[in-house]
Structures are given as structure tokens and as C-alpha cells.
Design a protein around this ligand. Sequence first.
Ligand code: NAD
Length: 243
Amino acid sequence: MKTAIISGASRGIGRAIAISLAKEGYAVIVGYCDNKDKAQEVCDLIINDGGIAQAYQCDASKPSQVKAMVEYVKTKYSTVDVVVANAGIGAYGMLIDHSDETIAKVINTNLVGCITLCKEASKVMLSQKSGNIVTVSSMWGQVGGSCESVYSATKGGIISFSKALAKELALCGVRVNCVAPGFIDTEINNNLTQEEKDALIADIPLGRAGTPQDVADAVIWLTSEKAGYVTGQVISINGGLVI
Ligand code: NAD
């Protein structure tokens, strides 16, 4: 049984990735921070469709919890085949208005959380000499978003981290790739007014916001054998907004 761990999968992009990977035959571990009911809803949906899924509480910013989750999956299912480091939070506003606590929280959740999950997964993948890691960056990690400087820093860090790790693990049969979504209509953007969303969409060459499924489809391809010669890449899923 192939397994896939997705962090922050109780809603949004992570949810779509979990459901899509389950359709590909993976037993999926739906990582969640505090919304157990929502995570269980995702699992129920998958199970009712004939798949295998399990919700697992794991705060991405707590290394001990991340370690415990990967160890749990290794012990229960024997392998860790796919890991998607998806959990993330936004932080909007001028840098001068960010508290030290906010800065630390965003870095610990987005960047340290991603690095820790990849580290723990790598240990297992190195021993099994196979595996697929997908990290979730953002277009702001590619070009920087005004009033999202700390968020952009974490997402830029994820890009260079993913490229470096891809080089480190390639000869051991582990591929590492990164997706960089543009504007995807999920709860992370709840701080935007409809007017602001419309203005953003007006600038998108493909003329619409992205959907969680747009990102999930790219993850499915990256983790498939069809992408067997692809590693260390950043796949932009942004409707042409950032080229
Ligand atoms: P979302 O807010 O719906 O999902 C984020 C998920 O991460 C939620 O399930 C949340 O509970 C989880 N999470 C937050 N902190 C966590 C923690 N400490 N431990 C575990 N889980 C935690 O938004 P989304 O759009 O689905 O975001 C998913 C990823 O995509 C994030 O990394 C985000 O930065 C990235 N992204 C989103 C967009 C977009 O426009 N929606 C664009 C670029 C990148």
C-alpha cells in the first residue's frame, strides 16, 4: 500500500490534494492542526469513495509532532511514498506592523514546518530508496508580494530549500519538486474584499482565480511516473499572472 502524507489537509488546497492522491490509490494521511471535524470529513469522503484515509493531528510548526506523524505512518503502513508540505498561514500588512510573534509564527509554520516534514520524510525515503516530496510555495515566493514580506520570505525559502534538497536526494531515488500557486480561491485569502479579489482576477491572463484542484492536478502529475525525470523544479500554477 502506497502512502501519502499531506500537511494542513483539512481544507483548501491540501484537501484537494488529499482527495486526488486517494483517487490515485494512496492511503492518505490527512494532517490537521486543530480542525479535527473538517479533517475527518475529508477522510469520510475518501473512504465513502472506496479509498483509504486517516486524519492525524499535527501542528506543522512543532517538530516533535511532525516527527511523531512520520514515525506513526512508517510504523503503521511500512512506507512513506509521497509527502506534500502544504500547511501554511498568511500574514498581511506592512512589515513595520508585524509583531515579533507573528514573524516567528509565520516562519515556524511555513518554512520550518516544511523543512521539518521533509527532513523526517527523507529519513524514511532514503532507507527505502524511493519517494516523492512536493513542497508548496507561492508566486510571492518567486517575485515578492507587497505587504506580505515575511510570507514571501518563507515561500522564497521553500523554493531554494526544495531545489537544494532535490540535488541532495536525487541519487537516492527521491524526487523533490515545488508548486507555486498564484491566486487560488481558498480561506487563506479571506482577508481580501470581493473588490480586491476582482481586481486581482482582472490581472490574471487566464481570466479566473485558480482552484484547489488546479494545484492538486499538478501535484498528481509531479508524483506520478510521468514526471519520473522531473526533480528540483518549481511549477507555477497562476494562470499566467507571474511568468
Ligand atoms: P487554507 O488557509 O485554506 O489552508 C491552509 C491549511 O494549513 C489549513 O488546513 C490550515 O489549518 C493549515 N495550517 C495552518 N497552520 C498550520 C499548522 N501550524 N499546522 C498544520 N496545519 C496548519 O489555504 P490554502 O490556500 O489551501 O493554503 C495551502 C497552502 O497553499 C499554503 O501553504 C499557502 O501558503 C499556499 N498558497 C496558497 C495560495 C492561495 O492563493 N490560496 C497561493 C499560494 C500559495
